[in-house]
Design a protein around this ligand. Structure first.
Ligand code: SF4
Ligand code: SF4
Length: 350
């Protein structure tokens, strides 16, 4: 099982770190694994994120920071948030993941601060005929990478009924790619979380004590790094795993559903939500593969081709601008003929 490791004095998570900047979203996808359609509106406070990530940056170094939500473009001070976290040096690569619906309103400062723009495409959600050219234009203009992922199916994640079967909970946890393979760790209000569902389950499942204990306090202390490493690599399931089927939930076609429908679909025991075949296969082999995602990443050759096309365009435009504004060369005065000199001399003689 891939795990977080200690290297060069830092904890290196197995994959990317999730910087959740807003919980709410402008769409309502069935089985959203950040529970956006159901949880309360929330936007990250730049000062609080700066405080937490500047402590974390001393001990923890993810390869990539994924900026997401909910819908991250709903955060009114997104550029301020990214600037604050980036300034801590926690990672060199920042990837903004959005459904693209608000791309036309996005501040250019955000494009300057990120390294990559990733558009998630859901059937029936995105007006992609507008979003794709805009995403291309922005990434080319700012020299950033563009990735596009399509999701036709989602897997179930949350169950408000849960299960009493502790062996099943352990199997779900052991097979959970969010916790062990994709390393979707996150921070919020002074705490570090192992996965997004453990942030949201205390809001979805009421009256069960201990569900809000699946986190550790971010502290600049001598033993913090050791405690953090033990927490992320812990062999035992979280309390929240009883109310979550991790990454082995049943697959179903993507759909937009109402809030009530969303809640209704979680009111089933874990046993009814599990894809048992996928559970067995994930227990045997844990790779990065996400069978819900169709990656349509713009490949490198295509990216290079578009970049050189853009450079040519810029060169042509600047050549024209230079021509328009370049000072005109003065013509050398014509040499006078001998007859003209004689005529002028006779005119100036009174
Ligand atoms: S676009 Fe869909 S999957 Fe993404 S955060 Fe919003 S509701 Fe969730
Ligand atoms: S709550 Fe447990 S099963 Fe669910 S995503 Fe987190 S670690 Fe995985």
């Amino acid at each position: 099982m891939p795990k977080s490791r200690l290297e060069g004095g830092f904890i290196i998570p197995p994959a990317d770190f999730e910087l959740i900047v807003a919980d709410h979203c402008n769409t309502s996808c069935r089985s959203c694994n950040h529970a956006s359609p159901l949880v309360a509106r929330w936007s990250a406070d730049p000062a609080s994120l700066y405080r937490d990530s500047s402590v974390l940056a001393k001990y923890y170094r993810p390869r990539v920071v994924k900026i997401l939500g909910g819908e991250p473009l709903l955060h009114r001070k997104l550029a301020e948030v990214i600037r604050a976290v980036r300034s801590t040096g926690i990672s060199k690569h920042f990837r903004l993941i959005t459904n693209g619906q608000l791309l036309h309103k996005m501040d250019d400062a955000v494009m300057e601060l990120i390294d990559e723009l990733e558009i998630s495409v859901y059937p029936g959600v995105s007006r992609m005929t507008d979003v794709f050219p805009l995403a291309r234009e922005k990434t080319l203009r700012f020299g950033k990478k563009l990735s596009i992922n399509e999701y036709d199916v989602f897997r179930k994640t949350f169950t408000s009924i849960g299960t009493d079967d502790v062996h099943l909970v352990r199997k779900i946890y052991d097979a959970c790619k969010l916790a062990h393979v994709w390393g979707c760790h996150g921070i919020r209000d002074g705490y570090f979380y192992k996965c997004p569902p453990s942030m949201y389950i205390p809001q979805l499942v009421k009256g069960i004590p201990g569900l809000d204990a699946d986190r550790i306090r971010i502290a600049d202390s001598d033993d913090f790094q050791a405690r953090l490493l033990a927490f992320v690599n812990a062999p035992d399931p979280l309390a929240c795993c009883t109310y979550c089927v991790g990454t082995v939930g049943r697959q179903e076609p993507h759909a937009l559903v109402s809030r009530d429908q969303w809640r209704l679909e979680t009111e089933k025991p874990s046993e009814e939500l599990i894809d048992y075949d996928w559970l067995e296969r994930s227990s045997i082999k844990q790779d990065l593969f996400d069978d819900c995602k169709i990656t349509t990443k713009t490949d490198r050759a295509e990216h290079r081709r578009r970049k050189s096309w853009w450079r040519r365009l810029v060169r042509m435009a600047s050549r024209r601008t230079n021509q328009a504004y370049a000072p005109r060369r003065r013509r050398a005065p014509k040499r006078q003929t001998a007859a003209q000199t004689r005529r002028e001399a006779s005119r100036s003689t009174y």
